[in-house]
Design a binder for this molecule. Structure first.
Ligand code: NAD
Length: 238
């Protein structure tokens, strides 16, 4: 029988962590091994720890992180030391946090995405078409649940970065709306005097991000050190 990949899950008691734990249970090539979160114990894991700097970290084959910038920072030093790949969807990262991700990727495989859904990876690609109408007015708009900590969302920032590259100028800041239980809606408006185009992505549940993260973890395990995105998972089958 093929050896199962041991997963270390950082943020295991959180909204995303719980979704990922559920998906991992349905996969026979993965094993939930180590849970890292601020909670003292989570029965379903072999080990629950409050920090990734623990002896069991050495046994982890791949990390999945949905925690906080602080949680990700601690994880990167442990994963780099143990040469373990890291998939992270944590948002609200400062430029120093982003530099730490890039630095780690010089030693281990790192995949970070502000949005783990394959749909958003496709929308990101679709933005290229706006190079033909770069004179239009553009505005990104995002909606999320009222517990979301960062604003604008990591996805809105990634879309904005890409769109500014495509149209070759700075654009107005994304608009952020917080309310209810919305999993995540992102809209890209392109507006002219006589027409209005809207690209819209709507996450229908939280599992879509969790499924993407597990797919990314499987993909990343066979990769060399480097910095990867969901675009790589989409287009680079290997
Ligand atoms: P949450 O607050 O429900 O859960 C956070 C979890 O992280 C908890 O288990 C908490 O104990 C743990 N944690 C935080 N800091 C820690 C630390 N320093 N040490 C140990 N454990 C720590 O949050 P959530 O809604 O699950 O979201 C988590 C992150 O994922 C956020 O940054 C969010 O924006 C992001 N997110 C990304 C995507 C994506 O597709 N990339 C999708 C949804 C959420």
């Amino acid at each position: 029988m093929k050896k199962k990949l041991k997963v270390g899950l950082v943020g295991a008691s959180g909204r995303m962590g719980q979704e990922i734990a559920e998906i991992l249970k349905t996969k026979n090539n993965f094993e939930l091994h180590l849970a890292v979160c601020r909670q003292a114990s989570l029965a379903e894991f072999a080990y629950t720890r409050q920090t990734p700097s623990c002896p069991e970290a050495k046994e982890v084959d791949v990390w999945i992180d949905f925690s906080s910038p602080e949680g990700l920072g601690k994880l990167l030093s442990v994963a780099t030391k143990n040469q373990t790949p890291v998939v992270s969807g944590t948002t609200g990262l400062s430029s120093a946090d982003q530099a730490a991700l890039k630095k780690a990727s010089a030693k281990i495989p790192v995949l970070w995405a502000s949005n783990m859904s394959l749909g958003v990876a496709v929308v990101m690609e679709a933005l290229e078409v706006f190079s033909r109408i770069r004179q239009f007015d553009f505005q990104i708009e995002e909606f999320h649940h009222n517990r979301k900590k960062d604003k604008p969302s990591g996805t809105a920032k990634s879309l904005q970065e890409k769109l500014e590259k495509v149209v070759g100028r700075e654009l107005p800041e994304p608009l952020s709306i917080r309310g209810g239980g919305i999993f995540g809606v992102h809209k890209v408006h392109a507006m002219a005097e006589e027409e209005h185009i809207v690209f819209e992505h709507m996450a229908l549940n939280r599992a879509v991000f969790a499924r993407g993260a597990v797919e990314a973890a499987q993909w990343l395990c066979s990769k060399k050190k480097g910095f990867y995105s969901m675009r790589d998972v989409l287009y680079n089958e290997g």
